[in-house]
Design a protein around this ligand. Structure first.
Ligand code: SAM
Length: 180
């Protein structure tokens, strides 16, 4: 079975956008407890390398590192584990919520922007990016840089994401490093 309810969100996103294809190298930011990594392996990824602040029980077919994705050595470490640049970077990272919605919003957007920077360091040309974001607020700047660096940028609210939550996912495809 899937380790997380979050697994269903990735399944729904991927059923719609077909981002995970056999043979791919995939990076999973905020991987614990391992549901998205399971989905990526199941859908045929050749290599999955992930990181989380928390330890993750092993997922067969994936290498999951305990650490902070902002560690300056992490991009190269995950590329080395994959054996080359990534075809897809996916981030389901979320901070511990404070209950203060403006603060929570700012922190999740900080993680999403960090994930985008990370993606631009590790993605192969033509690669894709998925990240959890929040509805409304300071997304403009991030969206503008994404629209430059990717051919398409879309938002999606997968049915498995609770309606009352303002969580959304941004899905970008066609990475073009020369436009950074
Ligand atoms: N996609 C996962 C799954 O299906 O099992 C669930 C991910 S969970 C919603 C979010 C994760 O992001 C948490 O485990 C948290 O520890 C991780 N996280 C938050 N900040 C992080 C950071 N700076 N570096 C690495 N992981 C981080």
């Amino acid at each position: 079975g899937w380790r997380s309810r979050a697994a269903f969100k990735l399944i729904e996103i991927d059923d719609r956008f077909h981002l995970i294809r056999p043979g791919m190298r995939i990076i999973d930011l905020g991987a614990a407890p391992g549901g998205w990594a399971q989905v990526a392996v199941k859908r045929g990824a050749a290599q999955v390398a992930g990181v989380d602040l928390l330890p993750v029980d092993p997922v067969s077919g994936a290498t999951l590192v305990e650490g902070d994705f902002t560690d300056p050595e992490m991009p190269q470490r995950l590329i080395d584990l994959l054996g080359g640049p990534a075809d897809l970077v996916m981030s389901d990272m979320a901070p511990n919520t404070t209950g203060h919605s403006a603060t929570d919003h700012m922190r999740i957007m900080g993680l999403a922007e960090g994930a985008l920077d990370f993606a631009t360091e590790v993605l192969a040309e033509g690669g894709s990016f998925i990240a959890k974001v929040f509805q409304g607020g300071s997304e403009r700047q991030m969206l503008d840089s994404m629209k430059r660096a990717f051919a398409t940028v879309r938002h999606v609210k997968p049915p498995a994401s609770r309606k009352e939550s303002s969580e959304l996912y941004v899905v970008a495809t066609g990475f073009r490093p020369e436009r950074l």
